[in-house]
Design a protein around this ligand. Structure first.
Ligand SMILES: *Cc1c(COP(=O)(O)O)cnc(C)c1O
Length: 420
């Protein structure tokens, strides 16, 4: 018989043992050797926050929209907890453009970034005994939120040889009557995958058949630059209810503004029962939401941002991705099985047999930080040991310099008889 105190200690250790990307990156930063050459500026290809680079600056439309709302003095008060009506409307309009049905403001709830939308979805679905299907590799905030809500995590694999598609057979095998959701991230972090219409349809059909719902993390929505266009999961909302999570953070390059959304795509009303909506509304009373003046700026940010701004971001990402892929070919110990078609990150596999004194991905990243002041994320942090996540949302000189240093690092640590 477990005592209450024991149960709470056990749960606590589960939440504190979950690795977060921010946690591991700050350890890596701390291990950068201060005595390195002063010219050896730290190059971070570890984290998806490109705002330190001037080429990834947001549009003046967004700056002006926010400034106007501040100076109007009309938005210093509380917003309704589900979000300002005009912002919910604007997001409903924005998402409906790509859907075969129309969303209404009632389907949209404003959150503090996509991070809070993740936590809201898991909190709303949790009950004792519930489980959730998460991708591996994935985005560790899901594991962390599930641990806090005592929701059991079951991982399904993404298949590198199939462009990081979902292992559909695994889904069937993992799910049971207590599976509350299947999470997909598209365009993908950490893999840069973009799923085809057909693949998304298959996911919807399987989830529908299993009687669960889909949580579609589309925080990188529209950041697709390969052959496949971005298709929102909500397109299949009549096959399976979809919770669409997103934010301004990535497409508008303002992760610090903390403006996100949690959207119910459920034209058949399978999930969106009045009681469920009532409960979600109550829960938002707890959260408070992002700053009112940012919410007030959303309609203008969404309606007036021009194609030129979006295209510039895409062009920058395409360019830095090309540099990465070209440099990777010159670094024998890392291999990229799939060239990203979207988002800002890619996964590469480490070949440890070509390295003399590196024990695993974590060891690689710590030694690289110390010796070369280059930060990469060890794959272990996203669920894949002995892989690395490279973020290519940096300016081209940083990417080139960073990859060059990884190459010197390889040459210094290459196993002598296999040096190329
Ligand atoms: C960045 C990111 C988030 C968090 O987005 P915010 O709006 O900054 O909270 C969520 N999911 C994925 C996959 C991300 O890459």
């Amino acid at each position: 018989m477990e005592s209450g105190a024991f149960v709470s200690v056990k749960h606590e250790s589960k939440t504190t043992s979950t690795i977060t990307i921010k946690g591991i990156l700050s350890l890596l930063m701390a291990s950068v050797n201060e005595s390195n050459d002063a010219n050896n500026r730290v190059i971070s290809l570890g984290m998806g926050d490109p705002t330190i680079y001037t080429c990834f600056r947001t549009t003046t439309v967004a700056d002006e929209a926010v400034a106007d709302k501040i100076y109007s003095h009309k938005f210093n008060g509380y917003a309704p907890t589900a979000g300002l009506l005009q912002a919910r409307n604007a997001i409903a309009e924005y998402l409906s453009c790509d859907l075969p049905y129309q969303l209404s403001s009632d389907d949209v709830f404003i959150t503090c970034g996509c991070t809070q939308a993740i936590d809201v979805s898991i909190a709303m679905l949790a009950y004792p005994g519930a489980n959730i299907l998460l991708p591996r590799p994935g985005f560790p905030i899901y594991e962390l939120s599930a641990a806090f809500r005592h929701v059991e995590v079951r991982h399904y694999d993404l298949l590198p040889e199939k462009g990081w598609e979902v292992d559909l057979d695994a889904i069937e095998a993992l799910a049971d009557q207590n599976t509350v959701a299947l999470v997909i991230i598209n365009p993908g972090n950490p893999c840069g995958n973009v799923y085809s219409y057909n693949h998304l349809e298959k996911i919807a059909e399987i989830a529908g058949r299993l009687g669960t719902i889909v949580i579609a993390d589309e925080v990188y929505g529209h950041l697709a630059f390969g052959d496949k266009p971005f298709v929102p999961m909500g397109v299949f909302g009549s096959i399976v209810p979809v919770l669409t999570l997103g934010s301004l953070s990535k497409r508008w390059l303002v992760p610090g503004w903390r403006l996100g959304w949690f959207v119910i795509n459920d034209p058949c009303g399978t999930y969106k029962k009045p009681k469920v909506v009532e409960r979600i509304k109550k829960y938002f009373d707890l959260l408070g939401g992002p700053a009112t003046f940012i919410q007030a700026a959303v309609p203008r940010i969404i309606s007036q941002t021009g194609e030129v701004f979006f295209q510039k971001t895409i062009d920058n990402l395409k360019h830095t991705l090309e540099i990465c892929c070209k440099e990777i070919e010159d670094i024998p110990c890392i291999f990229c099985p799939y060239k990203p078609e979207g988002s800002m990150a890619m996964m590469v596999k480490l070949n440890l047999s070509l390295l003399e004194d590196i024990s695993d991905d974590i060891d690689f990243c710590f030694k690289l930080a110390k010796e070369e002041s280059v930060i990469l994320l060890p794959g272990t942090a996203v669920g894949l040991k002995d892989w690395l996540r490279i973020t290519f949302a940096a300016d081209s000189s940083a990417v080139r310099e960073g990859m060059g240093r990884i190459k010197s690092f390889y040459q210094r640590h290459a196993r002598k008889n296999s040096k190329q």
